[in-house]
Design a protein around this ligand. Structure first.
Ligand code: FAD
Length: 306
């Protein structure tokens, strides 16, 4: 059995594995795809102390760093269930069962997509999901934000300070964001809000976004806005379906953790985008992974299992 089994090989999982291995305890990592969301990222400019890097390059560096240590890396392994007990069991899709004295869940999240033509094609070439990450790339340009919930309205306010113009599109007839955010949004001169708008296509030419087509759901008319960027803000889905009913999840499906990364199950810790910790970023996921790992180590030395 492992002392620490990490599920997930993104920034949070890699960091957790390194912190555990440095304690000289038996450490394993099972990941569906080592690198996680970082593999889908082009430019990264906010990983402090590294001025600029690319996703696959950072993912490779994560893997190399983990492999410096005696860590059993099980890549392309998807966890499908977790059972509590003196030894915690993690079941994999291939039927294997891994046993460990403590488990750190770092299965991350994925952005909800619009599923319209052009979205996949122009991903990273105008279609973006993270204003903190990609906002500055659109300095002085025109962008749209899709989604009028808190994250969409926050993104529009944030982007309005960087880009030349923001068009916020909401499917419903009203925005769902908190009133104070809506008031702030309404006070900004370079933001247009379009309600009852159903995005139908991201258009482009020469491999770059040049506009957005939508249907006015009231008049039934098709419209098109010219712009250079589209930020999709219709939800971040944590990869926690496999844990439903085994530990406490928030109403958004995020794993509820305390300040040490401890979940509602003793010996089970969690870190990164799959948890209730706000602001989903690489640097935050890494810090949380380190924290959860130290939390797990603390648990091991205090329990008979250690
Ligand atoms: P993830 O990176 O999502 O990793 C999750 C890991 O768990 C993966 O290995 C996955 O395969 C695995 N996994 C999932 N389910 C299972 C399962 N059931 N069993 C086993 N393994 C599983 N952040 C920044 O700070 N700067 C940026 O510039 C930036 N740009 C981004 C651009 C894009 C396009 C995207 C999508 C995200 C970007 N982010 C950026 C956000 C950043 O990538 C995430 O915050 C970060 O990767 C979260 O790390 P994580 O380890 O928590 O999760």
């Amino acid at each position: 059995a492992f002392d620490v089994l990490v599920v997930g090989g993104g920034p949070a999982g890699a960091s957790a594995a390194i912190y555990a291995a440095r304690k000289g305890i038996r450490t394993g990592v099972a990941a569906e795809r080592f690198g996680g969301q970082v593999m889908d990222t082009l430019a990264i400019e906010n990983f402090i102390s590294v001025k600029e890097t690319e996703g696959p390059k950072l993912a490779m560096a994560l893997e190399e760093h983990v492999k410096q240590y005696d860590v059993d890396v099980m890549n392309l392994q998807k966890a499908t269930g977790l059972t509590a007990g003196d030894l915690i069991e993690v079941t994999l899709e291939n039927g294997a069962v891994l046993k460990s004295k403590s488990v750190i869940i770092a299965t991350g999240a994925r952005w909800r997509e619009m599923n319209v033509p052009g979205e996949k094609e122009y991903r990273g070439r105008g279609v973006a999901y993270c204003p903190h990450c990609d906002g500055p790339l659109f300095k002085g340009k025109r962008v749209a934000v899709i989604g009028g919930g808190n994250s969409g309205v926050e993104a529009a306010i944030d982007l309005a300070g960087v880009v030349s113009h923001v068009t916020l599109l909401e499917f419903d007839s009203a925005l769902r964001a908190d009133a104070v955010l809506q008031q702030k949004l309404a006070s900004l001169p370079n933001v247009t809000v379009v309600k009852s708008a159903q995005t139908t296509e991201v258009t482009g030419d020469n491999g770059k976004v040049n506009g957005l087509a939508y249907l006015d759901r009231v008049s039934g008319e098709a419209r098109h806005v010219e712009l250079e960027g589209v930020f999709v803000q219709i939800g971040l889905l944590p990869n926690t379906d496999w844990l439903k009913g085994t530990l406490e999840l928030s109403n958004r499906g995020e794993i509820v953790v305390d300040a040490r990364g401890q979940t509602s199950l003793p010996g089970v810790f969690a870190a990164g985008d799959c948890t209730t910790v706000p602001y989903k970023q690489i640097i935050i996921a890494m810090g949380e992974g380190a924290k959860a790992s130290l939390g797990a180590f603390d648990h091991l030395i205090r329990s008979s299992a250690g």
